[in-house]
Design a protein around this ligand. Structure first.
Ligand code: ADP
Length: 277
C-alpha cells in the first residue's frame, strides 16, 4: 500500500512538472520587491520565450540580482508573481541559478566533480547515491565545458573562468532548461569571457533559455537576442538596437553614463562598474 502511495506521489509530481506547451518559460507579472526600507524593484513585468538569450543591464543597485533571485525562487517578491511554464518557481528542476562568484564560499572542501554532481540531486533524490549513469552525466557535462581534467581539483584552486565553467557544468548535469547567471563575466579577462560566451552559444543550440545580468553593454548588444534595461523599474525591453538608445540609457543610468561619439557611433562610458572590473 505504502509503495502504491509512493508511486502515486511520484507520478503526480512528474505530471506536475510536465511543461504545458504554449506557456512562456518565464512570466514576470507586476513584481515589486522591498527590503526593509529599500525598494529594489517596482512593478516589473515581462515574458521570455523558450530558447531566448536575455541580457539584464542597469547600474549598480538597479535590482538585477534581486530579479534573478526572484525568478530562481530564492526570494519571494513583496507583490506580483513569477510563473515558470505557468507555475510558481518553487520545485522546478529545470531552473539553474548561478550566483555572483563573491557569494560562494570557495574554501568549502569540495571538488569540482562534487559540485557538478549536486546538479543531479533533483533528479536522483537526496538520499540516493549517485549511480554510474549520474557519474557519466557529470563527466560529459565537464567535457562539454572543457574542464574534464579538473574533476578532482578542490574548488578553491579554480580560476574565475573555471569557476563559471564548473557552474555551467552543474546546470548541464541538472539538465536545466532555464539558466540564470548573475554577472558571470565580472573579474574575468577577455579570453575567459570569450570562452564562456562560446559555451553559451553551444547551450543556445541546445535550446537552453538564458537570462544573464551584466555590466557590459557591448556584450549585451552583440551576444543577446533581447536586452532588459532596469533601474528598479523596467526602462526598456526588446532587441538591443531598440533598447540601447541614448534616451533609454540616460533614463537608466542618469549621470553615471556618458555617451561619446566615436567614428559615427555613440560609445557608452560608465563610471560605475563591478567588482574587479
Ligand atoms: P544589482 O544587482 O543591480 O546591483 P541588487 O538587486 O543587488 O542590484 O540590489 C538592489 C537594491 O536592493 C540595492 O539598493 C541594494 O542595496 C538592495 N539590497 C539588495 N539585497 C538586499 C538585502 N538583502 N537587504 C537589504 N537591501 C538589499
Amino acid at each position: 500500500m505504502a509503495l502504491v502511495n509512493l508511486w502515486r506521489k511520484v507520478t503526480l509530481r512528474e505530471r506536475d512538472r510536465a511543461h504545458p506547451s504554449g506557456e512562456p518559460i518565464v512570466e514576470v507579472s507586476r513584481v515589486s520587491m522591498r527590503y526593509d526600507r529599500v525598494v529594489a524593484l517596482e512593478d516589473v513585468s515581462f515574458t521570455v520565450e523558450t530558447g531566448e538569450r536575455i541580457a539584464i543591464v542597469g547600474p549598480n543597485g538597479a535590482g538585477k540580482s534581486t530579479l534573478l533571485k526572484i525568478i530562481a525562487g530564492v526570494l519571494t517578491p513583496t507583490t506580483g508573481s513569477v510563473r515558470i511554464y505557468g507555475r510558481g518557481p518553487g520545485g522546478h528542476l529545470c531552473i539553474a541559478y548561478i550566483p555572483q562568484r563573491n557569494q560562494v564560499d570557495w574554501n568549502f572542501p569540495l571538488t569540482v566533480a562534487d559540485v557538478v554532481m549536486m546538479g543531479r540531486i533533483g533528479k536522483m533524490g537526496l538520499l540516493r547515491h549517485p549511480g554510474p549513469r549520474d557519474w557519466a552525466i557529470v563527466r560529459r557535462a565537464l567535457e562539454q565545458v572543457g574542464i574534464a581534467d579538473l574533476a578532482d581539483r578542490p574548488i578553491r584552486a579554480l580560476s574565475g573562468g573555471q569557476q563559471q565553467r564548473m557552474f555551467i557544468a552543474r546546470a548541464l548535469a541538472q539538465e536545466a532548461e532555464l539558466l540564470l547567471m548573475d554577472e558571470p563575466f565580472t573579474g574575468l579577462d577577455r579570453p575567459a569571457q570569450e570562452g564562456i560566451l562560446e559555451i553559451l552559444e553551444h547551450l543556445r543550440r541546445q535550446g537552453v533559455t538564458i537570462l544573464l545580468a551584466t555590466h557590459d553593454l557591448e556584450q549585451a548588444a552583440s551576444h543577446f537576442d533581447r536586452v532588459l534595461l532596469l533601474n528598479r523599474r523596467l526602462i526598456a525591453f526588446g532587441p538591443p538596437d531598440a533598447v540601447l538608445t541614448p534616451g533609454a540609457l540616460r533614463a537608466a543610468y542618469g549621470g553615471h553614463l556618458r555617451l561619446i561619439p566615436v567614428e559615427g557611433e555613440l560609445v557608452a562610458v560608465g563610471d560605475t562598474c563591478c567588482e574587479g572590473g
